[in-house]
Design a protein around this ligand. Structure first.
Ligand code: ADP
Ligand code: MG
Ligand code: MG
Length: 874
């Protein structure tokens, strides 16, 4: 018989895939002898089984759950559903990777109309018992039965208003009894039946709800954003309750062993006296800093600090802990390696190395490669900051600088972002439904909520700037305005947020580019020491190249040449070339372009100071260069001394039904070899001249795009070699050069062994290769990809994350075939995927020579490459 349920003492930290993160750590803490309310974990495999069985929990699983429940009853000396001394439990989700706010927890399960009285009598605290019951009804209805939370909140607000009080804690037992009555009526109205009184039914419904929640929309979106596979499933933890809401020597809190924002060593957290569960993070009452606990309950504080330190020592990483104090007794409810900003991650990793707790390799692997993105974002320009008008100040919840237009709903933020606007999302407080809108925003500003509020935690995870808890704001979300510092801001007005200071500025403050220094530099140096893959960049201009160099690029893997033709002084010349009727005319037009191309290449070679540069010859279909509307065509005709009709006809003749698969790439060089000739001359002359001038030893790499057959490549190569040799002779140079190809058509991957006879290097153009392998265009996926996510056909965008199963197979095969023909063949990748960590790992495994990515992703690729190499060794 399979084992579906594990008692905490049966598990351990390394059983995370089976028990989920929360369950595995509860088990580990139990075995460390820490004060953990006992319980058991229903495994992630049970979740998978639930889905496989058409969303049903099998009898076998059910039996094991109730068997463990009996063990728990024995241990706690309480009985589930007992009228005298009832056992109450929490039902908590916990997936393998932590998904904050994604899954829902139910507290106080086991209460019903009868046991609540027993509970009241036992604890001698009626108010507390009723408070627990009303919370349970509320949570169960919301989480399990999807009866909107707001219906219950409204009742609470009404009762408080009637009594002229602010807080739940000011309601007495009688008030709460009334609340419970009304809650149950709401339940019955909505569900058509009474609130379930049988605790076993409550429990099984709750377990099912946790399994179900694995597949709610929020969870799916979160998984897609964080690369979490859909088939992992979530575990369910059932745990005896402890109560933070028993009075003034009780409370609940969350804390980190180091500051999750800056990485500074030292305890950091918040707690609330006389509160339960989510009260701290929900921002309902403003919590106290954890250090205040030293005054309120000194013994608890000392014990808490002792355990916190022990946990950090044990896990050798910064811990994020949840605890509850019940009548002066401290319990730990959770620990995990804490989420942190990239800046904090770097500091913590370096500090742990300096403290002798982890190795350099471990430090490198501790940084989430994607998160470096946060550090490559701009900060405010010093002068802009000095002159900026501060309207108010909130909590510095997630660092960074953000300026943009204010929007008041996640939906509108998303839409504005789609229009290309920079967005600041302003909310009373955020909730999990806002995730996508938060993702679309440059910055998030909330009126309520502390450093551990939903907005703060999620923003830090995303690396988005966030200022939370700015209570001075007077907001009207419905009418879409807020007031701060005596100024009214409407939707669309600009504000700027400094997530490192919490300051809120009026207007659109100027920002400044980031640099790599300090801890960042240290980690990157370690990464460079351990990685095997080289990292190049995709850069078409000296400015891009320079940027990439600063971020550690070792060469250019893709220099596109088409962008060089769009400048106002060049486009007429390329148009002239395109509209030419004879080879002679075309050559004459191309000759005019040579000086421009040559100076472009010189600029890039000079910037790269002799590092390798791969130049791709003209790739796009020619129609991209010609005008489409009559006025422009008229102007062009006049300029060229041609008839309007003639030019128009010629432009129209360039129309293609499917330009992506049309007259482009090397096909241009096959039909118009003079284009390749011109480009070769420009490249060779530029390289020779820069070598002479600066003493570089550049060996230009000329890359032919869109090859699908060896003969195609051979044809173009011959044209290039002729001109290159000619230039060498003219310039009396013995410069070396290399000719290679992109592998971006599936046929080229299939025939890579033949193509390698002609190609000195391959560069996998995974954008086109993905399009052609899937048979859909990147520009058109927007129309259907969401349905594919919803129907779970795809979990991620194959243009962002390499499809290792399909496209990856082509890459692997082509790499092997290429190496067979030419053992020293240089292999690279130059699609968007070159900067995506999981794709970089794949490139390492396949044994590519380098990855090439956009300048801002260079540090991410360097780190991901090091992590792949280090993990490979282990
Ligand atoms: P999340 O994953 O969203 O943090 P948790 O399962 O950790 O959800 O539950 C949220 C909070 O509920 C905990 O931080 C804790 O305060 C409270 N809680 C959960 N289980 C118990 C319990 N057995 N006793 C007391 N409080 C609990
Ligand atoms: Mg938790
Ligand atoms: Mg291409």
């Amino acid at each position: 018989m399979a084992k579906w349920v594990y008692r905490f003492e049966e598990g351990s930290a390394d059983m995370r895939p089976l028990l989920g993160g929360k369950g595995a750590n509860l088990a580990e803490m139990t075995n460390l002898g820490l004060p953990i309310p006992q319980g058991f974990t229903v495994t992630t495999e049970a979740c998978t089984d639930y889905y496989n069985k058409g969303k049903k929990i099998s009898d076998e699983i059910k039996d094991q759950i109730f068997a463990e429940l009996a063990v728990l009853e024995e241990k706690q000396q309480k009985k589930f559903g007992d009228t005298d001394n009832p056992l109450l439990v929490s039902v908590r989700s916990g997936a393998r990777a932590s998904m904050p706010g994604m899954m829902d927890t139910i507290l106080n399960l086991g209460l019903n109309d009868v046991s609540v009285e027993g509970f009241a009598a036992r604890t001698g605290n009626k108010r507390f018992a009723y408070d627990s019951y009303r919370r349970f009804i509320q949570m169960f209805s919301d989480v399990v039965m999807e009866v909107p939370k707001s219906l219950f909140e409204r009742v609470l607000d009404e009762v408080k208003n009637k009594k002229h009080v602010h807080y739940d804690t000011e309601l007495n037992a009688d008030d709460l009894m009334g609340v419970i009555k009304r809650f149950k009526t709401i339940y019955k109205d909505k569900m058509g039946e009474d609130f379930p009184q049988d605790p076993k039914v409550q429990l099984m419904e709750a377990v099912k709800a946790v399994f179900r929640s694995w597949d709610n929309e929020r969870a799916i979106v979160y998984r897609r954003m964080n690369d979490i596979p859909g088939d992992w499933g979530t575990a369910v933890n059932v745990q005896a309750m402890v109560f933070g809401n028993m009075g003034d020597t009780s409370g609940t809190g969350v804390a980190f062993t180091r500051n999750p924002s800056t990485g500074e060593k030292g305890i950091f957290g918040e707690y609330l006296i006389n509160a339960q569960g989510e009260d701290v993070v929900a921002g309902i009452r403003t919590p106290q800093p954890i250090t205040k606990l030293a005054e309120d309950l000194p013994e608890c504080y000392a014990k808490f600090m002792e355990i916190a330190n022990k946990l950090e020592e044990h896990y050798r990483d910064m811990q994020d802990m949840e605890f509850t104090i019940e009548n002066g007794n401290l319990y730990f409810l959770q620990t995990r390696n804490g989420k942190r900003t990239a800046q904090a991650a770097l500091k913590i990793a370096c500090d742990l190395v300096d403290e002798g707790k982890i190795t350099e390799q471990e430090a490198v692997c501790r940084i989430e490669a994607k998160s470096l993105d946060q550090l490559l974002h701009p900060t405010f320009d010093d002068i802009a900051l000095r002159d900026g008008e501060v309207m108010g100040i909130g909590l510095p919840a997630s660092p960074g600088a953000a300026a943009g237009k204010v929007y008041f709903t996640a939906e509108e933020a998303k839409i504005a972002h789609g229009r290309g606007e920079r967005v600041i999302l302003v909310r009373l407080e955020t909730s999990p439904e806002d995730i996508e809108g938060m993702h679309a925003s440059e910055g998030i500003l909330t009126v309520r909520g502390g450093m551990t509020s939903h907005a703060a935690v999620v923003a830090r995870g995303m690396g988005t700037c966030c200022v939370s808890g700015c209570g001075a704001i007077n907001i009207n979300e419905d009418e879409k305005w807020f007031e701060l510092g005596g100024v009214k801001f409407n939707e669309g007005d600009y504000i700027s947020l400094d997530g490192s200071t919490g300051k809120i500025y009026r207007g659109d403050l100027r920002t400044r580019d980031a640099v790599i220094s300090g801890n960042f530099e240290r980690i990157m140096n370690w990464a460079d020491k351990y990685r095997k893959l080289r990292v190049r960049t995709n850069a078409d201009t000296p400015a891009d190249a320079l940027n990439a160099l600063k971020l550690g690029a070792e060469g250019i893997g893709l220099c596109r040449t088409e962008h060089m033709f769009f400048d106002a002084d060049r486009i007429p010349k390329i148009r002239k070339m395109i509209l030419s009727n004879t080879v002679e005319q075309r050559e004459a037009a191309l000759n005019e372009l040579i000086p421009f191309q040559k100076s472009d290449f010189k600029g890039i070679f000079k910037t790269m100071e002799g590092r390798p540069v791969t130049i791709r010859f003209l790739d796009p279909p020619l129609h991209e260069f010609v005008p489409t509307d009559d006025a422009d065509i008229k102007a062009l005709a006049k300029e060229m001394g041609l008839k309007f009709e003639e030019v128009k006809a010629k432009c129209e003749s360039l129309h293609e039904f499917n330009p992506m698969m049309g007259h482009r790439g090397c096909r241009l060089a096959v039909t118009y070899p003079e284009i390749a000739r011109m480009q070769t001359r420009a490249v060779m002359e530029a390289a020779i001249e820069e070598n002479e001038k600066y003493g570089f030893s550049i060996e230009p790499e000329i890359m032919i795009p869109l090859v699908g057959d060896k003969k195609e490549l051979k044809f173009v190569k011959k044209v290039i070699v002729e001109v290159a040799e000619q230039v060498k002779k003219e310039k009396k140079s013995d410069i070396k050069y290399h000719i290679g190809t992109m592998i971006e058509i599936p046929r080229a991957a299939l025939l890579a062994d033949e193509i390698a006879e002609e190609a000195e290097f391959f560069s996998f153009g995974t954008n086109d290769l993905t399009q052609m392998t899937f048979g859909f265009s990147r520009d058109d996926t927007g129309k259907f990809i969401d349905s594919y996510y919803k129907s779970k056909i795809y979990e991620s965008d194959p243009f962002a994350k390499l499809d290792q199963n399909g496209v990856g197979q082509l890459i692997q095969m082509a790499a092997e075939k290429g190496r067979k023909t030419r053992p020293d063949i240089k292999l690279g990748i130059c699609g968007e995927h070159g900067g995506d960590p999981s794709s970089v790992e794949f490139c390492h495994k396949v044994g590519l020579t380098y990855v090439s990515c956009s300048p801002f992703r260079v540090p991410i690729a360097r780190l991901a490459a090091a992590q792949a190499a280090i993990n490979d060794e282990q």
